[in-house]
Design a protein around this ligand. Structure first.
Ligand code: PLP
Length: 448
């Protein structure tokens, strides 16, 4: 029975990103099965998953081909490592496939089991890169406030979630600049002016730190956990100009944006940028197996290979995870899922999602491909924030969504969607109808 499961869960299971008070108020919902874009809980309720798990189940749930790929690989070679001059077929094939799909000359993959591990790898990679190039003083990595790059100590320090690390993180040599969130911080500027202003913070930071000390700039093409902040069009071209001017490495964290989420294989392609390193995870296996990695340009890989890169994880290139990822990429490709997001269901979702701005609580609604967010506001004209502590209204709205069997997430008073890429038009209609109903209920609660 559900109550018994919840009691055991509360007694013995420590949940990430959950307060004891939340769990005490209401037991955790027990998810038992999933198919397509739908979850089923232990009470038999069907829930539309507007978040694809944690932004990761790109091909949807229940694909038996992935289970079969895992099973075949477990029987043939359940584990072997890729250290000390050994390799195996799934790692070879997956690396070659990622190189085909990745933009520019990003042709080399270093594996991890998660996005966090991959970003930790990146810290060591860029520092090794500059040391090998005879510039070991280039240690500083510039990142952005409100970025999420993972929960390990290194990736958390790269990230800019103040709630996670106060002001500085624990890894020295990380410097943060502001995010391009026009709605909340753009003031009287046009989005285009604001995009330039925020990008130029990178140049100011490099000058302040000293260009000879800066190793890399890391950013998500579209900031995800920070609230799906889609940058103004002027932002990325200016960032790329600055990165090139100073010769620093550009790391695109594609953990959310990669593998179709923005309507192209990678968010870098949607934003028109050419990074030197990409972080990948999540959609690489559609979450069916834990796998991540760093994809390196020819130049970075060549420099790194000049030394022994003293870094690796027991599960770097795990054969079962690689086999599942390969099958996932085959399905994404052969079923034209990325093109559908770009040309069919994506534009339909955009039209429906943007219509949420007609709701009295919704200021802006912005979406690229299958990742979008709405800003909740008491006054659309002034783009005002609620008087209550940030996140209070978002939390109520998320709760209403969940009660209406729709998973949406809130970041402060922004509400987010990032559904499976296989969501159909009919399911998009359901998602929008449930979101609207939940917004109505939230609105009624605020007025009460
Ligand atoms: N980078 C980004 C952009 C993410 O959104 C996340 C997770 O949400 C991570 C890195 C960390 O990935 P993982 O949770 O697999 O460690």
């Amino acid at each position: 029975p559900t109550a018994e499961l919840q009691a055991l869960d509360a007694a013995h299971h420590v949940h990430p990103f959950t307060t004891g008070a939340d769990l005490a108020k209401k037991g955790a919902r027990v998810i038992t099965r999933a198919e397509g874009s739908w979850l089923t809980d232990s009470e038999g309720e069907r829930i539309l998953d507007g978040m694809a798990g944690l932004w990761c189940v790109n091909i949807g749930y229940g694909r038996k081909e992935l289970a079969a790929a895992a099973s075949r690989q477990m029987e043939e070679l359940p584990y072997y490592n890729t250290f000390f001059q050994t390799t195996h077929v799934p790692a070879i094939q997956l690396s070659a496939r990622i190189a085909e799909l990745a933009p520019g000359n990003l042709n080399h993959v270093f594996y991890a089991s998660s996005g966090s591990e991959a970003n930790d790898t990146n810290i060591r990679l860029v520092r090794t890169y500059w040391a090998e190039k005879g510039q070991p003083e280039r240690q500083v990595i510039i990142s952005r406030w409100n970025a999420y790059h993972g929960s390990s100590l290194g990736s958390m320090s790269l990230g800019g979630m103040k709630g996670m690390h106060g002001q500085g993180g624990v890894v020295p040599g990380v410097h943060h600049i502001d995010q391009p969130n026009w709605w909340a911080e753009g003031g009287d500027m046009s989005p285009e002016e604001f995009g330039l202003e925020r990008a130029r913070q990178l140049e100011a930071a490099i000058e302040e730190i000293g260009p000879e000390k800066v190793a890399a700039f890391i950013a998500e093409p579209v900031q995800g956990a920070g609230g799906v902040i889609i940058p103004p069009e002027t932002y990325w071209p200016e960032i790329e100009r600055i990165v090139k001017k100073y010769g620093i490495l550009l790391i695109a964290d594609e953990v959310i944006c990669g593998f179709g989420r923005t309507g192209n294989w990678f968010g870098s392609q949607t934003m028109g940028i050419t990074p030197d390193i990409m972080t990948i995870a999540k959609g690489l296996s559609s979450g069916y197996q834990p796998i991540g990695g760093s994809v390196l340009s020819d130049e970075v890989a060549e420099v790194i290979s000049g030394t022994e890169f003293n870094h690796g994880y027991t599960y770097s290139g795990h054969p079962v995870a690689c086999a599942v990822a390969l099958e996932n990429l085959r399905i994404l490709d052969e079923e034209g899922i990325v093109e559908k997001v770009r040309e069919e269901t994506g534009p339909y979702l955009k039209q429906k999602f943007e219509s949420l701005t007609e709701h009295p609580l919704v200021g802006e609604a912005k979406i690229v491909g299958f990742m979008g967010s709405i800003a909740l506001t008491p006054d659309k004209a002034s783009r005002a924030a609620f008087a209550s502590e940030a996140g209070t209204v978002g939390y109520i709205c998320r709760e209403r969504c969940f009660a209406n069997n729709l998973v949406m997430r809130h970041v402060g008073d922004r509400m987010i969607i990032s559904p499976p890429l296989v969501l159909t038009r009919e399911e998009i209609d359901v998602l929008i109808a449930r979101a609207w109903k939940s917004l109505d209920e939230c609105h009624a609660r605020l007025k009460a």
